[in-house]
Structures are given as structure tokens and as C-alpha cells.
Design a protein around this ligand. Structure first.
Ligand code: SF4
Length: 50
């Protein structure tokens, strides 16, 4: 969640860019947020808006 928060709220993409999309956080998220999918979108946006 921290990587999403930093990117969306602070505009800091450093943590999001470290994600390897292993899926570990998605498997354990108690509310079913597909975090790697969100991070994929965040990374795409950070590149496409440079
Ligand atoms: S998918 Fe989740 S657990 Fe895996 S590297 Fe990305 S943020 Fe970390």
C-alpha cells in the first residue's frame, strides 16, 4: 500500500518502480486489492506523462 500511497499522494514513484509484480501483496491483502495491477498502472502513468 505504501508504494501506491507515495505515488498517488506524493508523486514519488520510487517504490512503485521497485515492484517486481510477484503478487505476494495481492495474495495477502485482506480486502482483495490487486496491488500489483495498480502499481502497473501507476508505473505506466509515470512513464507516459514524462
Ligand atoms: S507485487 Fe506486491 S509483494 Fe510483489 S514486489 Fe510488487 S509490491 Fe511487492
Amino acid at each position: 500500500m505504501g508504494a501506491m500511497w507515495s505515488a498517488i499522494i506524493k508523486g514519488d514513484y520510487r517504490q512503485a518502480n521497485l515492484c517486481t509484480h510477484s503478487g505476494g501483496c495481492r495474495d495477502v491483502c485482506p480486502v482483495g486489492i490487486d496491488i500489483p495491477r495498480v502499481l502497473e498502472y501507476i508505473k505506466w502513468r509515470s512513464v507516459s506523462h514524462e
